[in-house]
Design a binder for this molecule. Structure first.
Ligand SMILES: C[S@@+](CC[C@H](N)C(=O)[O-])C[C@H]1O[C@@H](n2cnc3c(N)ncnc32)[C@H](O)[C@@H]1O
Length: 435
């Protein structure tokens, strides 16, 4: 009975409705819901949530074609269940009769048996009309590339030559990548350990500690994960610690640190350095602590708005500052497809303002011979090269450095990796110092 209530399809429908209606993040909802599901239902639930949110703008157009009239807001779970049914029929290798009957059954689990006929009829209609519906999809870029119109237009304006590649990359399932903790083991030794556990992997070019898994797996299947041999991190993010040019006896500020991926990578370069890891979200500091504990590293954690310098700063300048800024996440949509639903057009200007504030307030905390690295996982110029251009105009005493080991494509200011370049996440990097 308990398992009935928490079937994969009904749970996925509820989660998708919460993302689209209440703008809650997929990760948070999944981590609450998955433990309530029987083990064999979890991967289907995850597959449905990720798949439907990845293709939402396309599936939504299809459901609008099918439904005689839009469903009421209070039935957003049924609207989402219909999308789950469409996604199964279009993209999953589930026999269509099973996809259909199980999706219809999920109406009961949701306590909405009245919708049985509606789901059944619309999914069957889709099967009959699929050729016509495909033609309708091709008529709109937003439906074809499954991105909201406003975001698609921003990519078109910023990257007129590359926007289609970006959107295509955003819709791919991302590979799983690891960062080997060089304080515990070496990449070549860890590759052998993976092989012994029948996990196939290869080195990521240009990332000295990076490994690419042939197939994603549960982290607890990774040898030595609990002991801190390895962390999950995309190769694009692994470039950041290298840009900080870490050596001994540095005082380092990681201003937007949670969940601590880069804090830990910086410490893995030299664990004796002093690092202050700050984050505005106190509950997210716990994640940094879990990571430093597991990896056997030490950081000073502070919960504060980094830009509110008077609140937390002890007056001593830093050799290195990392601002891994809050951003639109438009470079990592392949990992977080809910971004398509969560972001709104007006968010970009507000994020750009926060980024500018962080840059302006933290710049004076850098030693005269120090280095400030600004990064985002955004692919939009307003948060990246235009942000740094504006900063340099405001600060004639600052310069943007050309890097010997270029982490991505050179831009007029900084370096941009577009989503999918080298099969890595989209990322922006800029290195700033005093003139
Ligand atoms: C891109 S994430 C950082 C990822 C992290 N550097 C890592 O590698 O794991 C941005 C973080 O900035 C935090 N943040 C947002 N505004 C902030 C502010 N004004 N001061 C400090 N942290 C902030 C968010 O809570 C979020 O954890």
């Amino acid at each position: 009975m308990a398992k009935q209530k928490h079937s994969a399809r009904a749970t996925a429908a509820r989660i998708i409705a919460e993302v689209t209606q209440k703008k809650h993040s997929l990760n948070g909802l999944l981590s609450e819901a998955l433990p309530l599901l029987a083990e064999n239902e979890r991967s289907l639930c995850q597959q449905l949530c990720y798949g439907v949110l990845r293709w939402y703008p396309q599936l939504d157009v299809i459901s609008q074609q099918l439904l005689a009239k839009p469903l009421k807001k209070k039935d957003a779970d049924i609207a989402a269940l219909l999308l789950c049914g469409l996604y199964q029929l279009r993209d999953l290798r589930i026999p269509s009769h099973a996809a259909l009957s199980e999706t219809v059954n999920a109406t009961k689990t949701l306590g909405k048996q009245w919708a049985k006929g509606l789901i059944n009829a619309n999914l069957r209609n889709y099967q009959r009309q699929s050729a016509d519906i495909e033609q309708i999809i091709q008529k709109s870029d937003s439906a074809q590339y499954a991105h909201p119109e406003w975001l698609l237009n921003r990519f078109k304006v910023d990257w007129p030559e590359q926007w289609q590649d970006i959107l295509t990359a955003n819709n791919k399932q991302p590979p799983m990548m690891l960062r080997v903790n060089k304080q515990q083991t070496t990449r070549s030794d860890y590759l052998i350990q993976l092989g012994d556990s029948d996990i196939r992997a290869s080195e990521i070019e240009g990332c000295s500690e990076g490994l690419l898994l042939e197939k994603p797996c549960d982290v607890y299947q990774l040898p030595g994960f609990i002991e801190g041999y390895v962390s999950v991190q995309d190769g694009a993010a692994q470039h950041v610690a290298k840009l900080l040019n870490i050596r001994s006896d540095l005082r380092i500020l990681d201003a937007c640190a949670a969940p601590g991926g880069k804090t830990c990578h910086i410490l893995e370069q030299d664990p004796k350095n002093e690092i202050i890891a700050l984050d505005i979200a106190p509950n997210r500091l716990l994640q940094i602590e879990q990571n430093t504990d597991r990896l056997k590293l030490n950081a000073t954690l502070i919960a504060s708005d980094a830009a509110d310098v008077e609140q937390w700063w002890d007056g001593q300048l830093f050799d290195r500052i990392l601002i891994d800024a809050p951003c639109s996440g438009t470079g990592v949509i392949r990992r977080h497809p809910d971004i398509k639903q969560l972001r709104r057009p007006e968010d970009i200007a507000s994020l750009a303002e926060q980024q500018n504030r962080l840059l302006n307030r933290l710049w004076p905390l850098l030693k005269p011979d120090g280095l400030l690295i600004y990064t985002t996982c955004s692919a939009l110029k307003q948060e990246n090269e235009q942000q740094i251009e504006a900063f340099l105009l405001q600060h004639p005493e600052a310069q943007e450095n050309k890097l010997d080991a270029e982490p991505a494509q050179r831009r007029p200011f900084g370096y941009q990796r577009l989503p999918g370049d080298d099969d890595l996440d989209g990322f922006y990097y800029a290195s700033l110092s005093h003139r």
